[in-house]
Design a protein around this ligand. Sequence first.
Ligand code: ADP
Length: 453
Amino acid sequence: MSGPLSFETLKSQVATGEVDTVLACLVDMQGRLMGKRFHAGHFIASAWEETHCCNYLLATDLEMSTPEGFASTSWEKGYGDYVMKPDLSTLRPMPWLEGTVMVLCDVLDHHTHEDVPHSPRAMLKTQIKRLEGLGFDAMMATELEFFLFEQSFEELRKSGYRNLVPISGYNEDYNIFQTTKEEHVMRPVRNHLWNAGLPIENSKGEAEAGQEELNIKYAPALDTADYHTIAKHAIKEIAWAKGHAVSFLSKWDHDRVGSSSHVHQSLWKDGKPAFYDPSDSLGMSQLMKHYMAGLLKYAPDYTYFLAPYINSYKRFQKGTFAPTRTIWSVDNRTAGFRLCGEGSKAVRVECRVGGSDLNPYLAMAVQLAAGIKGIEDALDLAPPTVGDAYAGDTGLIPQTLRDAYVTLKASDMLRAAFGDDVIDHYARAAEVEIEDFDRVVTDYEVARGFERA
Ligand code: ADP
């Protein structure tokens, strides 16, 4: 691994001409990189201190529209600026782009230079700080699942996303022969990201035709969110450069399984796993039990942040490896929360609720908030569910975005952890998704009812 880069190394690479471009990026509400491409000379001379962006970047939707109803910004407030403050510890090469490095920026208020509280990076930092106050560090990993298609993004967009052809003709779960055929995309993904300083573990075929998974080694939560965001971006760019489209939609076809982003979590103290207790039958410490009890109790409150779109809820189908219930189980992939590494130092909880469309900063921030609340209130953990978790009907995951919006808005836990302004901001974002969908006539409705209604 070669990244991250020191600022001094960047300066010498600019002097030799090895680097000529610096991407300064913030992470938006949707988990995308947004920002500017700097001439490296200008970046090292001045922009490294700060640059600016329009504040609608944290009050928009996937289509970059300007919905009304956000308290933070509006036409009335004139859509002013935010400060983008480069976090130089995140400076790293982007080896898949010529002469280019990138840096992630924190988003600050233009006047006070304080963190913008609803910025995803700030939200995660807030919860990490709370946890540090209790004496713990969060070690997390987020899995990235996605589909790889034969066609390019441009071809599919021009065709209206019709006749999408996944790159393989059959379920390629763990399939080495099929994934060999995809190495022209996945090998550069692994190697370029490794050379950018991301601790890549592996890629593998997933449980559907054309479905891929990338695993990155667990790390402190903020690093994990940065890795996830950079990896997702790189996968899109590398696939695009090879003439292929990828999609991180949770469910692009109702007849196929969806894509997830499982979140593995453990707390550590002084560099040692604090979730492990060898005297417990499953190796779970009391701390872990309280944390998990919080995760389970508040799952309906934070589901929105694991499934932020109308489409996200189409993934929660029985028998697809996507969960339907917020219960926990021991090494059982049918439950919303799976205990992994039981009886060992690697004991951890994997939240399987999130889709591949989640924003990792938000997903981790809200789960830390729920776990912290479980620790603070010393919540009791119910015994694990045994067998097929699809079979019961208690503890169902909110069924639609509208249900998740209602539980989000009513969550005292999230309001206490993040502040009313932040929760109202994201509740408004959920409303925007719902309002837009309610307005649109879909292909499904026309095909079903045009002649027969
Ligand atoms: P699976 O069989 O589900 O693929 P893996 O053993 O590959 O499980 O691990 C999945 C993810 O869990 C990896 O990204 C790994 O780095 C992460 N992981 C392993 N140990 C821990 C831990 N103690 N805390 C958090 N994440 C961990």
